[in-house]
Write a protein that binds this ligand. Structure first.
Ligand SMILES: [Zn+2]
Length: 135
């Protein structure tokens, strides 16, 4: 049986939301490197994140479902400043200029593995959302 990586995730929650949505639609999927990422968030980038796999024949359907999910999640986000829907999740840059900030960065990673903010493309406002509501 052939498997295809249809998406990659930097955190356990996003990966499992996607997997749940696929399963609800009748598409079987698997998460790879999930264990590594969950145990040690620092290794996330080293292993390329959590990989979401489906059967080759399900890949097209799965990608369509994930695209719909993305659009749906996006449309739920509204800029608190200007009310725009043009919101994208972006990574906040990390300062790794010296060894001390690297150590600190690692510590911060443990405390808050998700260091992403929602960026408004209309007014430039950046804000965090606690979590995506399931269901
Ligand atoms: Zn805005």
């Amino acid at each position: 049986m052939d498997f295809i990586i249809i998406n990659r995730y930097q955190n356990y929650i996003d990966a499992n939301i996607a997997k749940g949505v696929l399963e609800a639609a009748g598409v079987e999927s698997w998460l790879q490197d999930e264990f590594t990422v969950t145990i040690d968030p620092i290794l996330t980038h080293a292993v390329g994140g959590i990989k979401l796999l489906t059967r080759k024949e399900d890949a097209e359907k799965a990608l369509t479902i994930l695209q719909q999910l993305k659009e749906e999640q996006k449309s739920r986000l509204i800029c608190p400043r200007c009310g725009s829907h043009q919101i994208e999740l972006v990574s906040t840059p990390k300062k790794t200029s010296n060894w001390l900030s690297v150590i600190t960065g690692l510590f911060v990673n443990y405390a808050a593995p998700i260091d992403k903010v929602n960026h408004c493309f209309d007014c430039g406002f950046e804000f965090k959302t606690s979590s995506i509501e399931a269901g």
